[in-house]
Ligand binder design. Structure first.
Ligand SMILES: CC(C)(COP(=O)(O)OP(=O)(O)OC[C@H]1O[C@@H](n2cnc3c(N)ncnc32)[C@H](O)[C@@H]1OP(=O)(O)O)[C@@H](O)C(=O)NCCC(=O)NCCS
Length: 214
């Protein structure tokens, strides 16, 4: 028998149902493993294979390419925002143990697009948080971004997570248009602009069909 103190201690360590869902999602070997039809993409002149794994299972060359692509695509956007561009911080974020990657490789084995995402609790909800979705210039506007976002949604919802969440700069007009076109809307956790404070980013999300945001 536990003493009351011990029992209380044990109780506080117990995971909630939602935290258990997140833990289970993170314990998967390959979240894409059971989504056979989504392991490759062949359309509009693109032929790619996807790899989905934790950052610890990515080779250094792919990590270096991911960071380089992010820098080429986003550095200016960060510099134009209140956050600024902090290379060290960004690299740290991209290589933290909890980071998952979905990477698109050509037949020749070259990476051309990636998403950095996490299974996490966010404001009390179990979510898939999409930190990055980055495509090389030459493979954009061919449906690959939509397909990769669909994969993230499938991985989230088959793992019983409640929503897919992402942060986007409001001055990234192309990305805002892309996400909204694909059914993403402003999340309840997105900061509200006031006369005193204006934000240059917004948080967008898409909920699992059977659940609501509230
Ligand atoms: C944003 C990005 C991921 C989009 O990927 P993509 O492969 O070019 O987009 P897709 O070809 O899959 O487009 C999917 C759909 O969104 C639509 N779409 C794309 N951009 C759009 C825009 N600016 N406004 C409205 N709709 C848009 C497409 O028309 C398409 O719809 P359709 O299938 O009904 O025609 C890609 O452009 C990219 O990597 N940009 C640079 C990095 C970036 O900004 N990432 C987002 C950071 S948060």
């Amino acid at each position: 028998m536990f003493s009351r103190k011990k029992r209380l201690k044990k109780k506080s360590k117990a995971l909630t149902e939602d935290e258990t869902v997140v833990k289970k999602a993170n314990n998967q070997e390959n979240p894409l493993g059971h989504l056979i039809a989504f392991q490759s993409f062949s359309r509009n002149g693109l032929e790619v294979q996807f790899k989905c794994c934790k950052v610890s299972q990515l080779d250094q060359a792919t990590i270096d390419w991911s960071f380089d692509l992010l820098k080429r695509n986003m550095k200016q956007m960060y510099e134009d925002s209140a956050w600024g561009w902090n290379e060290k911080e960004k690299l740290l974020e991209m290589t933290e143990d909890s980071a998952w990657y979905l990477v698109a490789f050509t037949k020749e084995g070259n990476p051309i697009a990636f998403s950095h995402f996490r299974f996490d609790m966010d404001y009390g909800f179990p979510v898939l948080y999409c930190y990055e979705l980055q495509l090389e210039m030459e493979c954009r506007k061919k449906g690959l971004g939509r397909f990769m976002l669909q994969i993230l949604e499938l991985m989230a919802f088959t793992a019983n997570l409640k929503k897919v969440v992402l942060t986007v700069f409001v001055h990234n007009f192309n990305a805002v248009g892309f996400f909204k076109n694909l059914g993403y809307s402003v999340d309840e956790t997105s900061p509200e602009n006031t006369l005193e404070e204006q934000f240059d980013y917004e948080i967008l999300s898409k909920c699992r069909k059977s659940t609501t945001k509230n």
